[in-house]
Design a protein. Structure first.
Length: 531
């Protein structure tokens, strides 16, 4: 409509403009919500951006709906009254279509405000209620076509078709029946058995049914199920040690425990059962910052998959491969890693042997003698803005994490965390290799320092909240589950942890004492005044 005098029809024009903004915002919010529900993007960073945009457009739409109705109160020609804009189907002009708009406005307001009480009603119930946002969109379109003054305009019809087609498509994708998931475990045939070191062997596994494998994120793990003689069915998790391949998976297992010894007796042609891949310890491919891959022993398996992925995508990022081993006989993937690093324009390789043998060649097999510790990292002068991915024994990780934090990098890039130590973790109910009893994977409730991820060398990550250190490695108050663990072994690191824990307890007591004194001070002043 054209030729209107703004002075005479100002309130109506304001209501009309707010209605168009409300329609656009509701359309965008519903479309983004359907896209997120259909998991159009599996990129966590993009998912967070979509969530923020979904919330912002919904909030702007609710405000525009309120302005759309309130502005009509000033229109002396329509004169709907408060009841006309608040109560459905009582207005004189187009009561049906206007009433549908009022219902849609109240429904949108209720769904928007329910976001703030979702913790009270429960996330599951809130998600089910949130599906009614599609109904808000349908009611807004019906109101626009039935009562809107621009319904007959060509530009409005083009707008509704252009915005409605994606929503209809996403809605159909959302409601169509999903294919039934296959069995949790699939049968895989051992295609190749490759010794990587004196204790580590790699197994190339191909699906028996011949179907293509879904891609996985470098750093994830699979769960292996096997029948052990005299022990029944057992499950163990092992990191995938190669780049995603639609034809096969590769796991690398250290001979350390009953289950791993059973796997080391497997030959080509045998059949294993695998589930997965899964896990949140993964390479961030969206970042452009330098990458530092640190590992020790069989902890190289998940970061090796990350190295493969970086080579395949021909990254221009600076990539550092740092590895610690006892000697050349216990150094897995030596030639494979050297070839991969040479293919990277910004590749850097540094290996340290703690006890090199005479046959180990300095400068070729290893580059320095000693342990890969915090002092070694200071000597190498790693990039200050690098992202660190760590996997290895517990003592190795504790020292490196402390060293990185001491250099002030914890605010920019927390190191990735692995939680296996020396022991195999294949004894009954033990999933931690440091010699301390830990609850089964599904029952762990660790508390402590937040870190981005948690991985285990040769295996999967602990299924718990993101990257929390075990009880005994923290100067925190003892948890009731931690009290059931075995007493700590003597050693310098244990003594330091006990001293640090004692210092934290003393500081807590001082804070409680100061709080009590603060509370008692007003009472003392009152008594003095009375006296």
């Amino acid at each position: 409509m054209t030729g209107l005098d703004p002075a005479e029809h100002g309130w109506w024009l304001a209501s009309r403009s707010a209605g168009i903004v409300a329609l656009l915002c509701i359309t965008a919010s519903v479309g983004i919500g359907l896209a997120m529900a259909g998991r159009v993007s599996r990129n966590p960073r993009l998912a967070r951006s979509l969530m923020a945009l979904h919330q912002q457009t919904a909030l702007i739409g609710l405000v525009a709906i309120a302005v759309h109705g309130i502005a009509l109160l000033g229109d002396r020609f329509l004169a709907p009254g408060l009841a006309g804009i608040a109560v459905p189907f009582v207005i004189d002009r187009e009561p049906l279509w206007t009433g549908l708009g009022v219902v849609g406005g109240w429904l949108g307001a209720a769904l928007g405000l329910s976001y703030w009480i979702r913790q009270r009603i429960g996330a599951a119930l809130w998600r089910r209620l949130h599906r009614a946002t599609v109904l808000v969109y349908v009611l807004s379109v019906a109101h626009t076509l039935g009562a809107g003054t621009d319904a007959s305009e060509p530009w409005m019809r083009v707008l509704l078709v252009a915005t409605g087609a994606p929503i209809v498509f996403l809605f159909l994708m959302r409601v169509q029946p999903q294919p039934r998931p296959g069995p949790a475990f699939r049968r895989f045939r051992v295609a190749e058995v490759t010794p990587e070191s004196a204790a580590v062997t790699s197994f190339a596994l191909e699906p028996v049914d011949g179907k293509r494998l879904a891609p996985f994120a470098p750093g994830q793990f699979v769960t292996v199920r096997a029948e052990l003689p005299g022990a029944g069915t057992r499950l163990r998790s092992y990191s995938l040690s190669s780049a995603p391949d639609p034809r096969r998976h590769r796991i690398s297992v250290k001979r350390d425990g009953v289950f791993s010894r059973h796997l080391h007796s497997v030959e080509a042609g045998d059949v294993l059962e695998l589930a997965g891949p899964s896990g949140t310890f993964r390479l961030d491919r969206e970042s452009s910052r330098p990458v530092v891959l640190l590992s020790a022993g069989v902890g190289a398996t998940p970061v090796l998959a990350m190295l493969h992925a970086l080579v395949e995508e021909r990254t221009r990022r600076e990539v550092w491969w740092l590895h610690g081993a006892r000697n050349g006989a216990e150094h897995p993937f030596r030639e494979e890693v050297r070839e991969l690093v040479e293919r990277l324009p910004g590749g850097r390789l540094h290996v340290r042997y703690s006890r090199p043998e005479p046959r180990d060649r300095f400068g070729h097999d290893y580059h320095a003698e000693g342990r890969l510790d915090a002092a070694a990292l200071r000597e190498l002068q790693l990039p200050a803005d690098a992202v660190h991915y760590l996997c290895g024994p517990a003592a190795f990780l504790d020292e490196l994490i402390a060293g990185l934090r001491a250099r002030g990098r914890s605010r920019r890039a927390d190191p990735e965390r692995a939680v296996r130590g020396r022991r195999s973790g294949e004894r009954r109910r033990r999933e931690h290799r440091s010699g301390r009893r830990v609850l089964p994977l599904r029952r762990q409730r660790d508390v402590g320092l937040e870190l981005p991820h948690a991985a285990r060398p040769g295996g999967g990550e602990r299924r718990r909240s993101r990257g929390r250190l075990p009880h005994r490695q923290l100067p925190q108050l003892p948890h009731r589950r931690a009290r059931r663990q075995r007493p700590a072994r003597p050693g310098a690191d244990r003594a330091a942890a006990r001293r640090e824990r004692a210092a934290v307890l003393r500081a807590a007591r001082r804070r409680r004492r100061a709080r009590r004194l603060t509370l008692l001070a007003p009472r003392a002043r009152t008594r003095t005044e009375r006296a």
